[in-house]
Design a protein around this ligand. Structure first.
Ligand code: ADP
Ligand code: MG
Length: 685
């Protein structure tokens, strides 16, 4: 792409001036010095004073200023973890939880999992009675409320990355506001990278009953405090493309080469949309390196997305070897959740993967969509950490100024609400429409969710959780449709198989993303492919993995992701334990795949589709007559059986069904009579 010489060039993005890059092996004294150099350090006393005296403190500060890693330590040093109390810090992303907790443990000179620990779904690295600084996803903290509704063990809860407005963050904010009324001693810190402090402050300030309980000792001020952490800044020069680019992955690759050819040393951070994009760009870059040694010499491409193994994560944070230029190709996670040292150049594709929900068709799908101006500014800010930097935006200045939306939409308002409703119901919150939301969801979406939950027999006529089904589903840390499928497998005698499937559906993908070897990968898939569809294929994959003598080599040979497979085995063990606790009969159906497909249908009946006659692969959803197609990664791609249910939809130029299994349509009325009663005509048996 051709870039304009000067765009929003004069604008200075504030970021933090850290003279030298950090390294993990410098020792304690050096770590202390590094800590003191961070912008939040100057505010240490003020932060502690505000937290002491206000129920809620809102802290806004640029990415890298030290909010996440420092504030929990300040609180600990000031005694907030004494008497067995715990300081919590939530993050929307699992990978961020792992990375920042590891960093804080290192700074404190303790083993991760002891004084400093972390918990994400299916992974608990804390020690009860020992861990006093705990990092966790906001989803996990909501789950903890089922056991301990007032979260009594926590003295301070820091809701970090609040600007992201993830669905769990929003639910948590609403719930914590309720808890605060019952626990005046609890302190909240809401931290974020952008100035949305007023909205948050208004949210915590607005209430009918905000006075302290009578006769109690004077507690903290109920009015939230707002603190803005100033960073010292380096300017970031913005370059826009002159003409819109047609293939942003190719443009990314040529821009990397351009930077490498023309610009002085400094790492490059590239924002792409997901694992697939990232792997494609890395492949292209490697091809380029082969054909054109000069432009790509010294480049060290590294992927960054959730689901990376520990060792892959560590590479991201280790200092760049001399004479090399790190090129970190990342999803949104590097926008604000993680701080990367040494980045001087940012390439912004202008896109990210976002969830969208249409309550009319009841389809929630992942879409590659344009980012907001707020995101674009965050992304470019990442270039100015160590010295003045440059940001290459792969869109035109006119597009940025006149077409890009100003802010993103909170996830709550673009999601299917089935899980949200169950979680709130399980916490005893019955009037969900009347719940105090930071951003209320649409009533259409809410009604859709209630309808599905009623059909799944999770809610009864009075919209209360059913017993036992509703409560069991709430207990399982899974998508409710997967939970329902597990419960159904108990009766159908195939819980062993279904729990394996549930574990596979809980990891990103068991297949590796291989470019240029599509044919070989397809052949490998065929070795496991089952005519019944992907779910049954997963059972074959799992069996093969367990029987393999050398699992790493076996995975490599079969284009399977060894890390994912190991995760599947772990998750499966945990699900088995939970299932046992819930009284689910653990049993194998010994190859009766009809039972397995029926159980899948019992969970996913709302996602049933029928092949349009003479249509060459066009399916229509029974629910909303939406046009959908089988995803090319499915073993049923081009097979096109007449009736299927799918797990999820991804949208590109079409809506594609991922993880598809064949069904018998008569099962639909059997497992979900209410849901399909009025749709008999549409189904025309
Ligand atoms: P914020 O939450 O305000 O974005 P952080 O607390 O995450 O800031 O980061 C503060 C600083 O700590 C960073 O600028 C960086 O120097 C250092 N840091 C954070 N995480 C790591 C890590 N995993 N490895 C090395 N340094 C890190
Ligand atoms: Mg942070």
């Amino acid at each position: 792409p051709r870039f304009e010489e000067d765009g929003e060039g004069g604008i200075v993005f504030m970021s933090n001036n850290l003279a030298s890059s950090s390294s993990s092996s410098y020792g304690y004294a050096n770590i202390e010095k590094q800590r003191q150099r961070l912008p939040v350090y100057k505010y240490r006393t003020e932060i502690l004073y505000l937290v002491e005296n206000h129920a809620t403190t809102i802290i806004v500060g640029e990415t890298g200023s030290g909010k996440t890693t420092q504030i929990p330590q300040y609180l600990k040093e000031a005694g907030w973890a004494e008497g067995g109390r715990v300081i919590a810090c939530t993050q929307p992303r699992r990978l961020a939880v792992q990375a920042v907790s590891a960093r804080v443990a290192e700074e404190m000179g303790v083993n991760l999992g002891e004084e400093v620990g972390y918990t994400i779904r299916f992974e608990d690295h804390t020690t009860s009675g020992v861990t006093s600084v705990k990092f966790l996803t906001d989803g996990v903290l909501i789950r903890e409320m089922m056991e301990d509704p007032l979260l009594t063990k926590y003295s301070v809860i820091m809701i970090d990355e609040a600007h992201e407005r993830s669905i769990s963050t929003d639910i948590l904010l609403g719930l914590l506001k309720k808890i605060q009324r019952r626990r005046p001693e609890l302190r909240l810190i809401i931290s974020s990278a952008t100035i949305e402090a007023k909205t948050m402050s208004n949210f915590f300030n607005s209430s009918k009953k905000r006075h302290a309980p009578e006769g109690s000792t004077p507690g903290p001020k109920l009015e939230p405090a707002i603190l803005s952490v100033e960073g010292r800044g380096f300017s970031v020069k913005i370059h826009y493309v002159e003409e819109p680019v047609s293939d942003y992955i190719r443009s990314v690759v040529s821009t990397i080469l351009l930077i490498n050819e023309r610009e002085p040393p400094g790492d490059v951070l590239v924002f792409l949309t997901g694992q697939e994009d990232i792997e494609t760009a890395i492949k292209l870059l490697e091809e380029e390196a082969h054909s054109n040694q000069k432009n790509s010499s010294g480049l060290l491409p590294l992927p960054l997305y959730s689901g990376l193994s520990r060792s892959e994560q560590e590479l991201i944070f280790t200092p760049t070897p001399r004479g090399k230029r790190k090129v970190i190709l990342s999803t949104n996670i590097a926008e604000t959740s993680l701080t990367l040292e040494g980045v001087v150049y940012v390439i912004d594709s202008g896109f990210s993967k976002q969830k969208f929900y249409n309550p009319i068709s009841d389809i929630e799908s992942l879409v590659v969509a344009p980012i907001s101006k707020a995101s674009a500014r965050q992304r470019s800010g990442r270039a100015g950490r160590v010295r003045p930097g440059k940001c290459y935006r792969l869109y035109t200045e006119d597009y940025f100024l006149n077409q890009m939306p100003g802010e993103g939409i909170p996830e709550m308002q673009r999601s299917n609400l089935v899980s949200t409703v169950i979680q709130l119901k399980a916490l005893g919150i019955d009037n969900i429409l009347g719940f105090d939301w930071p951003a209320p969801p649409s009533s259409e979406a809410m009604i859709r969710a209630l309808e599905v939950l009623y059909s799944l027999q999770i809610l009864d006529d009075d919209a209360k959780l059913t017993s036992p089904t509703g409560f069991q589903v709430a207990e399982l840390p899974l998508d409710p449709m997967i939970s329902k499928m597990i419960l159904a497998s108990s009766e159908l005698g195939c819980s062993h198989e279904i729990i394996t499937i549930a574990a596979v559906l809980s990891v990103q993908s068991v297949w590796i993303i291989a470019r240029g070897v599509q044919k070989e990968q397809d052949e490998a898939k065929l070795r496991f492919a089952a005519a019944e569809g992907d779910h049954v294929t997963f059972l074959n994959v799992y069996k093969g993995f367990l029987e393999s003598k050398k699992p790493t080599q076996w995975c490599y040979k079969n284009f399977l992701n060894y890390q994912s497979m190991k995760k599947v085995v772990e998750i499966r063990d945990q699900l088995k334990r939970i299932a046992r606790r819930l009284g689910i009969t653990l049993k194998s159906c010994d190859g009766d795949m009809e039972a397995v497909r029926k159980a899948v249908t019992a969970g996913f009946f709302a996602n049933a589709c029928r092949l349009e006659p003479h249509s060459n692969g066009v399916y229509k959803t029974i629910r909303g007559s939406e046009e959908v197609y089988i995803h090319p990664s499915s073993v049923l791609f081009r097979v096109n059986p007449k009736w299927v249910v799918y797990q999820s939809i991804v949208s590109t130029e079409r809506q594609y069904m991922r993880n598809v299994v064949t069904i018998n349509p008569s099962w639909l009325t059997e497992v979900a009579p209410h849901f399909y009663q009025n749709r008999q005509n549409a189904m025309s048996f």
